[in-house]
Design a protein around this ligand. Structure first.
Ligand SMILES: [Zn+2]
Length: 488
């Protein structure tokens, strides 16, 4: 091999080594680059997620007062509107810069719109995050910042309808209790009234004297957090369990007005004897004797698990915060009389009005529940849309076959039973009345109506409870009619 050739070979070998080194250096570089890129993407996603979701729940937490008062230093709290465009809450600023939250409807929307001081409540609490952000135009915001002026918070438009709310409020007159109406196909809360009530305009200045009174339960939203014996409205659940266990609407029974077990006696209203009747007729007449007989024949364990399926004993699927859980169960330890009482909605069972409205809403939707909500959308101060909430399905709580049977029962109550006053050509009503005893004196009863009404595509589900008002057909039914009339 010539000297020259030797040199060439050495050179080629060295070049190859160099290239390989470069290659491996390139690979190392690529690995590091990808590692950093991945880290960057992960962190961006994390911070993006934090900003979009975590900060929302962080600011929206009503107990996070420090953060809220900080935001309210730079933002003028936004307005809360009804679905029909009426102002339910706004902030007034006087010449000295003092701010007052004003509630033009005073007591009418007290619990559901709530207040923004002393711990936040209702829509003021649910939408706190939106009311304390501003999506006003950048130019306006820059100009405000330069002049040290506050920016206008965004406007929150609720699902609440003023005409329905006003009718429900007036219809309750001086009775304590609750009325709540929901749009079954979406879960939109259309009205929500609770009494006794209060004027939210007074809360900021008079909170302590108002809550110092012995009975300060007027702050409780009875529609979501009031627990009541359901009375005969519970026959909806008893009837469904009976049908599940192989019973039929045409099965026949006898009522002679009373039913005794040991020393305990159960009566139909006014000791009335309903005589020979089918299950459908007994439901329409709200016959206690037949439903107590039916209840005694039911399997306690499957009855209880049907209750769980219908959202008893658990937190309701709501897109509003804070409601109490209804309770219902039967065990082998319960006496026969307790089973009879439970089957007609007495006994230990307790329900919230919103739960009963949700049950009616599911029956209307062939078994599907849409989670109730009250924040429809958010706009900036100039009416430009920032966020639109969509209906959210929770899924079926009963099959469509089960729902159809309950529809037939509840329709019969209106055409041939205790809710005859709701039989109109204007719209079609399905429901169940109830008179729930809450003391040993049988004359003291809460007046209930639970049901829904349809006309074409329009649907509304409702629960009405009037404390100590007597029979359901006497007081709760006419009130439900006022709400339906206002809606249709
Ligand atoms: Zn009877």
């Amino acid at each position: 091999m010539s000297k020259q050739l030797q040199n060439d070979v050495i050179e080629i070998l060295e070049e190859t080594k160099e290239t390989e080194k470069k290659k491996s250096r390139n690979t190392e570089f690529a690995v590091i680059t990808y590692a950093f890129l991945t880290l960057f993407i992960v962190m961006s996603v994390y911070f993006g997620y934090y900003l979009v979701f975590q900060s929302e729940s962080f600011i929206n937490n009503p107990y996070n007062n420090a953060r809220i008062s900080n935001l309210s230093k730079s933002i003028l709290r936004g307005k809360i509107l009804s679905s029909d465009g009426e102002v339910l809450a706004y902030t007034e600023t006087d010449e000295e810069g003092n701010e007052t939250r004003v509630y033009p409807y005073e007591n009418i929307f007290a619990h559901i719109v709530g207040y923004d001081t002393n711990g936040l409540m209702g829509a003021e609490s649910e939408s706190n995050f939106y009311l304390l952000r501003s999506h006003d135009s950048i130019v306006t915001r820059v100009l405000n910042d330069l002049q040290n002026k506050k920016n206008n918070g965004d406007t929150v438009i609720t699902t609440l309808d003023t005409s329905i709310q006003e009718k429900a409020y007036a219809g309750m007159s001086d009775y304590e209790g609750a009325v709540i109406a929901i749009e079954p196909s979406t879960g939109k809360i259309l009205c929500c009234v609770s009494k006794p009530d209060f004027d939210p305009n007074e809360i900021a200045n008079n909170y302590e004297s108002m809550t110092a009174e012995a009975d300060s339960s007027f702050l409780l939203n009875r529609a979501t957090n009031g627990l009541y014996p359901p009375g005969s409205t519970f026959k909806i659940v008893t009837a469904l369990e009976y049908l599940n266990e192989g019973g039929h609407l045409t099965d026949e029974f006898d009522c002679n007005g009373t039913l005794s077990v040991g020393d305990s006696v159960m009566h139909c209203v006014n000791n009335k004897s309903h005589g020979h009747q089918t299950l459908l007729e007994a439901f329409g007449n709200s016959c206690n004797v037949v439903f107590a007989q039916v209840g005694m024949g039911l399997d306690r364990a499957t009855f209880t698990s049907l209750g769980n399926q219908l959202l008893f004993n658990l937190d309701l699927p709501l897109n509003i915060s804070n409601s109490k859980a209804s309770s219902f169960s039967l065990t082998d330890e319960d006496t026969e009389f307790r089973v009879m009482q439970t089957s007609i909605g007495q006994g230990k069972t307790l329900v919230t009005p919103i739960h009963m409205a949700l049950l009616a809403s599911a029956i209307c939707e062939d078994g599907v529940v849409y989670k109730p909500y009250m924040i429809d959308r958010v706009e900036n101060v100039n009416g430009i849309e920032i966020k639109q909430n969509e209906p959210e399905s929770y899924g079926n709580i009963m099959t469509s076959v089960q729902a159809n049977e309950l529809q037939e029962l509840m329709r019969y109550v209106v055409t041939d039973g205790t809710a005859g006053a709701l039989d109109t050509d204007e719209y079609t009503v399905y429901g169940k009345t109830g008179s729930a005893e809450y003391t040993t004196d049988k004359d003291n009863t809460h007046s209930w109506f639970v049901g829904y009404a349809k006309k074409g595509e329009k649907e509304i589900a409702i629960a009405v409870v009037l404390e100590g008002a007597g029979s359901g057909s006497k007081h709760a039914v006419p009130l439900a009619k006022k709400v339906f009339d206002a809606y249709f």
